[in-house]
Every structure is written in C-alpha cells, then in structure tokens.
Design a protein around this ligand. Structure first.
Ligand code: ZN
Ligand code: ZN
Length: 377
C-alpha cells in the first residue's frame, strides 16, 4: 500500500484510526489476491458500501482504484479533510467527475485489464468508462466484494452488536412515551429521534410503523392514522452505527387482541424460534427458510408468509446471504443475518418478528436483546 499505516497513525489524536487502517489494508490485500488468477491487473470500485468496506471512507462520492501495489481513492474537494482522516489510500481530490479522473490513472498505471462492478454501475457510467478505455480492456465482475463482505470480522460484529443494542434501547425509550391516539408517524418520529439521541448515524431504513389492518402490509409506510385500542401494532426499525445496520421487528397488541391475532402471534413466534434453532455454519440458507415455513404450515398459515425468512446485513441493510426458499448458499460462522418470518392477512392484520443474529460454528448468537413475549400496550 502506498501509505503505511504507521505514518498515518503518527499524529496525536489519530491513533484510533490505526487498527482500522490495518483492517482495511488487509481487506484490500485479500480482495486483490482474489482476482490474481483472472488476469485483471486493476479494479475500479464504484459502489459506496464497497468503497467504504475496502478503504474506510464514509463520504457520499468516491471511487477506489486498486492494483497489486496501489490503492487510489478518488473523491471531491468537499472531502479533502475527511478522506485522509478516514483512510490510508493515496487520496486524489478530483476537480472533475470521478469517472473522468480515474481512467487517467488507469492509463498512467499501465493497466491492461480493468475489473469493474457490473451490478453496481449505471449504463451512463459504463458508457463513459468504455469511451475512455483506449489503452485498457474493461472486465465486468459480479459480486466479488459482496462475497467477502458476507463474513464479518470481529470488529464488524462488535459494531453490529452496538447498532442492535442501540436500536433496542431506542425502541424501549419510544415505547415508554406511547399513548393511544398517537399516529403511526408520531411513533416513527419518536423512534428515529431516540436513535439519534442515543448516538446512531441515523435509521438504517425508513422506520415502519403500522397499526390495525395496515399491519398486513409487510412494508407499510407510516401514515397519519391514529393507533387505537384493540388492534395489532407492528414496528420494523433499524439503526445505523458507524456505518453498520441493525434490523428488528416487533408486533404488539394495543388493548385487547382477538384469539385469531394471538394465535397468529404464537405461530410466527414459534416459526421464528425454530428457524433460529436451525441455524449453524455449514447448512444451506434454504434450510432456515424451510424450518420457518414448516411451523407456519402446521398452523395453516404458510400461504400468507409472502417473503423470504431473512437477509444478511452490515454496511447495507440488505446484503448477502439471502435466507430464502431456493438459496443453496451455505451459512458460515461470522455471517450477520436476520430471521423474520411473518404472516399477513389482508383486511385483518399481520405479525412479523425479527431479530439480528450472528452465525456461529455450532449455532448462532441472537444479538437482539428485546423480549419476544407479546407486548400489550
Ligand atoms: Zn426489518
Ligand atoms: Zn429485515
């Protein structure tokens, strides 16, 4: 790498970055190693979560050019102070668009074959690169960085744990202020305010608060509808901490719940617990999905479980692996995934229960501390 970690860690107050720098340069080395056999001699990373994963840079405009011995981070003048604080790459402050500056360096470094992220680039960006690729060949590459990102390091797991704990604390704080008659938007607002107050970067996705029959919409957008008595209330929320996401869903009762709603809750909870129980390194993701569905089938509710059982999460709220019916991908120790079966009956209501867990060699660790006993408000 062009800048040594110790050089960057010299200044007082900059030492905390040192261990991070090492982790990022190791990730880059692992990534560069992974394309050694492909005859690709440089790689242009344009997806921001991937740039962040490999460099530590958290800004909103960047591209990373990696060769066997160089790491160039392109960003714009807004980040000229932040970029060297966050990463130990060779920082190039671009005066023009990044995709104008990056190819100049590709030529300068005598690159012959440049890998790029084929699923992460716009047609316009590709077209632009192609027009500038006079002396090098463009090689589309699939989800190589995403594959590396699936298994989390100890530092990443510690950060996800913080995000999960903060999220649950925000949930507790917000619920304490709950009053009947409050709207879905009021409660969503209180939740996101609490996240901020507790130190989150922000919500990791738009908080879902749905009451009554609206709980049957798996991704309901909070509305001005008042949360009244004797109905279901579903909250799906996640906080981002130091770039890492958490994700949790709890379904509650406001006042009295019908026997049907309580039975749905029991079924979904049993399904979620059985699915969690099935998790361990080495099994296919589809096994976890099947475990969840088998329980719901016993209750005659499997037909209304209309999404997959879970997803990986990390620098993005949805990343690999997918925990679905047809996913043959084997789970590995260190993967961070959600387990979130749900049942949705149109015009009646829905129940979903979701935790964030870490796959281990012999099972998994449920990070989410929030109770799954049915909460009645
Ligand atoms: Zn969720
Ligand atoms: Zn989720």
């Amino acid at each position: 790498m062009s800048v040594k970690p110790e050089a960057a860690g010299n200044g007082r107050g900059r030492t905390p970055y040192l261990s991070h720098f090492t982790e990022f340069s190791e990730r880059r080395a692992r990534f560069v190693e992974s394309f050694r056999d492909t005859k690709i001699d440089a790689f242009l990373v344009t997806a921001l979560p991937n740039v962040r994963y490999l460099s530590g840079f958290s800004g909103s405009n960047a591209a990373l050019l990696l060769t066997a011995d160089r790491s160039l981070l392109f960003t714009d003048p807004r980040y000229q102070t932040q970029a060297p604080q966050e990463c130990d790459c060779d920082i190039k402050i671009a005066k023009k668009a990044l995709l104008i500056e990056a190819p100049i360096w590709v030529n300068r470094l005598a690159v012959k074959r440049l890998g790029f992220e084929r699923t992460r680039i716009s047609f316009e960006a590709y077209d632009f690169l192609k027009r500038n690729a006079k002396t090098f060949q463009l090689v589309p590459v699939g989800d190589a960085i995403e594959q590396l990102r699936m298994v989390k390091s100890a530092t990443e797991i510690a950060t996800i744990r913080k995000a999960v704990e903060l999220n649950s604390a925000a949930f507790d704080h917000a619920l304490r202020t709950f009053k009947r008659g409050m709207t879905e938007v009021d409660l969503a607002g209180k939740i996101e305010y609490r996240m901020r107050r507790l130190g989150a970067d922000g919500p990791s996705f738009e908080t879902i608060v749905a009451a009554g029959p609206r709980t049957a919409l798996p991704h309901a957008h909070p509305t001005a509808r008042a949360i009244k008595g004797d109905e279901l209330l579903l909250v799906d929320m996640g906080a981002t901490v130091a770039g890492y996401a958490s994700d949790m869903t709890r379904t509650m009762g406001v006042g009295r719940l019908s026997t049907k709603a309580r039975r749905m809750y029991r079924a979904v909870l049993e399904s979620q617990l059985v699915a969690i129980d099935s998790i361990k390194a080495g099994i296919a993701s589809s096994t976890v999905d099947r475990s969840a569905r088998t329980v719901l089938k016993k209750y005659g509710l499997d037909e209304w479980f209309i999404h997959s059982t879970g997803h990986g999460l990390g620098l993005e709220i949805h990343e690999g692996p997918r925990i679905g019916k047809k996913e043959a991908r084997r789970l590995e120790a260190g993967m961070a995934i959600t387990v979130e079966p749900g049942v949705y009956l149109e015009d009646f209501g829905g129940v979903r229960i979701e935790d964030t867990v870490i796959v281990t060699k012999n099972g998994c660790e449920v990070l989410t501390p929030t109770s799954k006993d049915l909460i009645i408000l």
